[in-house]
Design a protein around this ligand. Sequence first.
Ligand SMILES: [Zn+2]
Length: 504
Amino acid sequence: MFGILSALTAGGIAGIAVAAAIVLFFLVLIIRTMCHRGKIEEIAKVKNDDIDKDRATKHLQEAVRIPTVSMVDEFVDNKEPFINYREWIKASYPEIVKQAELTVIKDYSLIWHIKGSNPSLKPGCFLSHIDVVPAPVKGWEHDPFSGDLTEDGYIYGRGSQDMKGHMIALLEALEYHLEHGKKFERDIYLCFGHDEEPPQSNEGASSICAYLKKKGIEMEFVVDEGGTVLDGSILGIPRTVALIGAAEKGNGDFEIVVKKAGGHASNPKPPTADGILAECIRLIEHNRSKARWTYLTKEMFKTLAPHANPLFKFFFINRDVFSPLLKFVFTVAAPMTNALIRTTYAPTVLWGSEARNTIPMEAKVNVNYRMITGETMEDAKAYLEKILHKYVKKGWVEVHPCQYSNPSVEADIHCFAYKQIDKSIQQTFDNIVVAPYPFIAASDARFYNPLTDNVFRFGPFINSLDDTSRIHGINERQHVDNLAKAVQFFITCLENTCGNGVKD
Ligand SMILES: [Zn+2]
């Protein structure tokens, strides 16, 4: 009896000790959370009351009406709109034309260069692209190249968001400064490529960059489209969250090729090449590559933590302790959050038999992949070969790399330019929190790393989810109030990054 009692007592003591250790552990995490001193500074807004909103609206309407659809494959003859677009810029922005030097690259891409007063400063570079994706008329409420303005203030048309809205806001802002007699200290380059959209073509941005590099020009910073503006509530933040893309995932394609005996469809012998290919696609979709926190995702948590509600703040600050849980949440929360923490693989184009009654000897699928920082094409190939191992080892399946570009450099978010872009966002938009993140798509910006490590992606438009879902789809549109805000952003950003008294 005594033995049982003493055993119970020992068990009880052990239980109490474990409970105490757990309480202590959480206490430490809570104290750690409370001690975290992130900065929450309210920055005064800047408002230029004499921005000509009607002119910006009219200019975006006119820009949309010039159908600069990307020139590849069937659009190869669509040269005239690109020339018309260049002439339209010249006619619409007289001060820029007067004060900037224009260089045309590869016939359609444009560089506008304005000299600053201080040659010891490296130039600032603002990007945009002239081309738009095709827009078949079916399903549009307004013709995709009408530039129609609706009574509720939307400009309809292809490119109104991606990315003529951005370009017009930038041009309006620069024209505004020049009309007001502004002299910039830093040289300013506006670089507009002509073939950002088609994945198989990137002559514009790469040639602009090669031209500038050959001239020995180094940039202080580059700003392109990209970035994301989110409703912060999904991250426990009662504000809008603006994410600046301070790196870009790599991207590329693999062809997964299945080789197997084909034959007449009347006497099939499974597994056929098609059947194995289907299983390969299932395996690619079913498996997930390893999740990792990069420098930028860690910085994102650090920056957002002070603004989050106590629960989210607790998890953000103690990310190292709750890493598996946070990775799980990011994986299942949304495709975008999943893409932030791992390399993704998406089957896209399929090839199989050319005849309805023939089993193919070869079937293949294109897999488009987006590499997280720290991984390379070789890593991605090794991953696919691993998950398809049972077919690869039989010699039935091969993974063939196609074009690819590795992830970009991660920019330093403590540099001058990042701080000024961050400040400009806060000076322009109400109730907003700014944080860095790795941009999950691709932009022309990835070609500019030879000119500087400080390459950032941010489009100054707070559009609804409904509106952003129209990009590359039907009924793409831009609200005139959002356009005016974007003009204000660029006026402020040009001043902060290139105006008087700037220093690196
Ligand atoms: Zn774009």
